[in-house]
Design a binder for this molecule. Structure first.
Ligand SMILES: Nc1ncnc2c1ncn2[C@@H]1O[C@H](COP(=O)(O)OP(=O)(O)OP(=O)(O)O)[C@@H](O)[C@H]1O
Ligand SMILES: Nc1nc2c(c(=O)[nH]1)N=C(CO)CN2
Length: 153
């Protein structure tokens, strides 16, 4: 299955951490990283505006893992790179965040996993890097190119 992962970091050496996350994904059984976007910087979006800017990227992967296993693998990469989920503030600062944006065309909402990611369609820091890798990418809300045009200033 093809899947789309979003990576973000705003604490520590952000670029080094994003590279380490890609390396950790590459080293994960059942995941092949096919493409990684450029790293883009953006101001924090969401409930915590007073925090450092983020560096974000998108990775396209091919995986034999199921969607829940892929989320577990993303969480394992976060933990390996120092993310302590017990102290994580929603929308707040973090050394690394790895979200599952899409898993093929699968739509589901079960056991702590919503696919596609419920906020991906309104996040330029996801849509822009994804569009760079796949000009034909789509979400249920529409083509990623159109969604980006709608949210980008
Ligand atoms: N598609 C998804 N990708 C990642 N996490 C998801 C997804 N759908 C649901 N979740 C759930 O969301 C929970 C919180 O995720 P997380 O801690 O990454 O939130 P956040 O990064 O603060 O905010 P956001 O989810 O808006 O990026 C996770 O524990 C996970 O179970
Ligand atoms: N620019 C930007 N803002 C955010 C980000 C992020 O990755 N980039 N992640 C968040 C919570 O997941 C909240 N806000």
């Amino acid at each position: 299955m093809h899947a789309v992962l979003a990576l973000g970091a705003n604490v520590g050496h952000r670029a080094a951490t994003l590279r380490a996350a890609v390396d950790a994904l590459t080293a994960t059984d059942g995941i092949t990283v096919d493409a990684v976007s450029t790293f883009v910087e953006s101001a924090p979006v969401g409930a915590v505006p007073d925090q450092p800017d983020f560096l974000n990227a998108v990775a396209l992967v091919t995986t034999t893992l199921g969607p829940h296993e892929l989320l577990a693998a993303a969480h394992a990469v976060e933990a390996a790179l120092g993310l302590d989920r017990s102290t994580k503030v929603p929308d707040g600062p973090r050394p690394i965040d790895v979200d599952v944006v899409a898993y093929g065309d699968v739509e589901l909402d079960e056991d702590g996993l919503v696919l596609p990611h419920p906020r991906a369609h309104e996040r330029a820091f996801v849509l822009g890097p994804w569009l760079e890798l796949d000009p034909h990418a789509r979400l249920p809300q529409g083509p990623v190119a159109d969604l980006l045009a709608r949210v980008a200033p």
